[in-house]
Write a protein that binds this ligand. Structure first.
Ligand SMILES: *[C@@H]1O[C@H](CO)[C@@H](O)[C@H](O)[C@H]1NC(C)=O
Ligand SMILES: *[C@@H]1O[C@H](CO)[C@@H](O)[C@H](O)[C@H]1NC(C)=O
Ligand SMILES: *[C@@H]1O[C@H](CO)[C@@H](O)[C@H](O)[C@H]1NC(C)=O
Ligand SMILES: *[C@@H]1O[C@H](CO)[C@@H](O)[C@H](O)[C@H]1NC(C)=O
Length: 573
């Protein structure tokens, strides 16, 4: 319309050189009478003002009212100055007449200067007004992502959760440093005056963050066929090795990269540069639907949780496996925190929490994501054992919440990532489409003084990252010895699972030998091939301190355990 009027102005002006060329103030404020041949700029306020300004009365012809009092009581005279019309309208409360119809007024954003909830809650626009949602303690009122706004309007599953989505974390540190002038680390819904476990404050010109105590962190990056190991901070490559089959997932333990192909689980000892097969699901009929989807290392009990199309199994370092959960293709992601004693798994927008042996508690669904409008999508789970936080992607929304599913916030609504790895003040993520050498880093709370970092990308030359695992000892915290009762070998079977901290009993045994009267024995399998422990392309000389005869004796379980433990220990320091 604007341009049309301007064009009209020019067209008319050309023939009538004495007339103005355009209306100062623009077409928004001025109009031209419909049937007039002489160019005239008339102020829009002259439309429906009760006085004829155009020779054909165009400015008044279609006006039903001039003032509110021309309309019935309580009904407004609404003018549309573009179409030169006015009507008496009775829009519902919270609506206004605009563009020839009653439309919702967004009271929350109408006047950005004014907090309509006066700091007492998050403003939620409703069709007939607005609502101030009181935020839980530790959350400030804020909601700025329109996508979540829409999702919320229909979300009805959990009132508490809905509120959390509407309420952004409130930065206690910024508001009034509660740490008496010392470092203050904002957390979701709270704060801390100390760094998370196994981290210490490091202050330099650019940042003030909690850095992992210990050695320089490494990152293993797979491109589907090869794994590249980089120093995380300098992004310089230190090692690279190829795999015989397509890699589906990566995990890590102290000094180890653990990786899975469709049917096998392997570990790679970084210090010695050697690969070792942990399990081969082969054509075992118990694992007929056994293509591996995800793995997650239990760094405390030295096991690997393996998600396949129909089960979750745990395998130990000598390649024995127990099936702990059977499912019908429902579980899409897993993450284990052996320190807390929990296994998290997601299915169709729900995150469940079970014990390390797969047993569930009454509150096993700890979190429900916003409903997804499209087909089932990639779900991603990751945990931070030091902060005791879960990071979860469902339908491209990245959530974080604590181990009880509380303190949930949405970190971003456009998380196009397939793998998440929390480390220090960042979440590292790989893109769905690995077409570059980039990894995304997303700032997170709990690890920094001041505002969390903005999202950015970090480049690792020569890779196209599919999945990543960061290797640094602070990522693998363990319980002090007396607290993991499994270390005292209380079970007659080899399958002892520590319970979550301060739960009783302190551990559960696989009841093959009858430790618990009412339990079902776990299904045990042997998945370690008899030979082929180290691939032929490994350099024996590179295997520092590994003169252990690890090939021939693999099938003798009782004998090999101590040796493998020795071998494992050599990778720990
Ligand atoms: C303009 O003139 C035409 C033809 O004379 C007429 O049909 C039309 O209704 C007029 N428009 C207005 C707004 O008066
Ligand atoms: C929404 O929740 C209320 C209870 O809080 C319930 O009565 C209602 O049926 C729910 N609506 C839908 C569409 O689920
Ligand atoms: C993965 O990396 C290896 C080694 O750098 C390279 O030879 C291979 O082409 C890469 N594969 C893909 C799919 O990028
Ligand atoms: C798997 O999902 C289907 C459909 O949602 C459900 O009916 C079934 O009970 C689920 N199975 C398990 C083992 O949870």
């Amino acid at each position: 319309m604007k341009y049309l009027l301007l064009a009209l102005c020019f067209a008319l002006a050309r023939g009538q050189s004495a007339q103005p060329k355009y209306c100062i103030g623009g077409a928004e404020n001025f109009f031209q009478c419909a049937n007039e041949t002489t160019f005239r700029c008339l102020n829009r306020r002259l439309i429906c003002n009760g006085e004829q300004d155009c020779s054909d009365n165009w400015d008044e012809a279609n006006c039903a009212c001039v003032r509110n009092r021309d309309c019935p009581r309580g009904v407004k005279c609404q003018k549309d100055r573009r179409s030169a019309t006015s009507v008496c309208v009775n829009c519902a409360p919270g609506q206004r007449f605009r563009n020839s119809q009653c439309e919702d007024i967004d009271e929350c954003t109408e006047n950005p200067e004014v907090d309509v909830c006066a700091g007492k809650g998050a403003c939620v626009d409703r069709a007939n007004g607005f609502e101030c949602v009181a935020c839980p303690k530790g959350y400030g009122a804020s909601l700025r992502d329109p996508r979540l706004f829409t999702a919320n309007a229909v979300y009805n599953e959990s009132e508490t959760f809905r509120k959390l989505l509407l309420c952004a974390d409130y930065d206690e540190c910024e508001e009034h440093n509660p740490c008496s002038g010392g470092a203050c680390f904002n957390r979701v819904g709270s704060y801390s005056c100390e760094c998370p476990l196994n981290h210490e404050r490091r202050l330099d010109i650019r940042e003030d963050v909690c850095q992992a105590i210990g050695e320089q962190p490494l990152v293993a990056i797979d491109n589907g066929t090869s794994i590249h190991i980089f120093e995380l901070r300098s992004a310089t490559q230190t090692q690279e090795f190829e795999c015989t089959d397509q890699i589906v997932d990566l995990s890590a333990d102290n000094g180890l990269v653990i990786f899975a192909t469709r049917r096998q689980v392997w570990e790679y000892r970084i210090a010695v540069g050697a690969k070792l097969i942990l399990a081969d699901f082969g054509n075992d009929e118990d694992f007929s639907n056994g293509d591996i989807r995800k793995i997650s290392a239990d760094w405390e009990n030295h096991r690997v949780y393996v998600l396949t199309g129909d089960s979750v199994s745990v395998i130990d370092i000598v390649g024995r496996a127990v099936k702990i959960i059977e499912h019908r293709g429902n579980i899409s992601s897993i993450a284990v925190d052996p320190l807390a004693g929990y296994l998290f798994h997601s299915e169709f927008g729900r995150v469940r929490r079970s014990h390390l042996d797969g047993s569930i508690e009454s509150t096993n669904i700890i979190f429900t994501a916003l409903p997804a409008d499209d087909l089932p999508d990639i779900e991603v789970l990751a945990v931070d054992p030091n902060l005791k936080y879960v990071y979860y992607i469902h339908n491209r929304v990245l959530y974080s919440f604590d181990y009880d599913g509380q303190r949930a916030v949405i970190m971003t609504g456009s998380a196009d990532y397939t793998r998440l790895e929390p480390f220090e003040d960042l979440l590292y993520a790989t893109y769905r489409v690995a077409n570059s050498d980039s990894i995304v880093t997303i700032g997170r709370t709990g690890y920094s003084v001041g505002a969390q970092r903005e999202s950015t990308v970090q480049s690792f030359k020569g890779t196209s990252p599919k999945s990543i695992a960061i290797i640094q000892s602070a990522k693998f915290p363990t319980r002090p010895e007396p607290m993991n009762s499994c270390l005292r070998k209380p079970c007659s079977s080899d399958w002892c699972f520590p319970s979550p901290l301060s739960r009783s009993p302190s551990h559960l045994c696989d009841c093959a030998a009858g430790e618990r009267s009412n339990c079902l024995p776990l299904k045990t399998f042997r998945l370690r091939p008899a030979s082929n422990d180290i691939l032929p392309n490994e350099e024996k000389s590179a295997v520092r301190g590994a003169s252990v005869p690890i090939t021939a004796e693999m099938t003798k379980v009782g004998f090999i355990i101590p040796i493998v433990l020795v071998f494992l220990n050599s990778g720990l320091d």
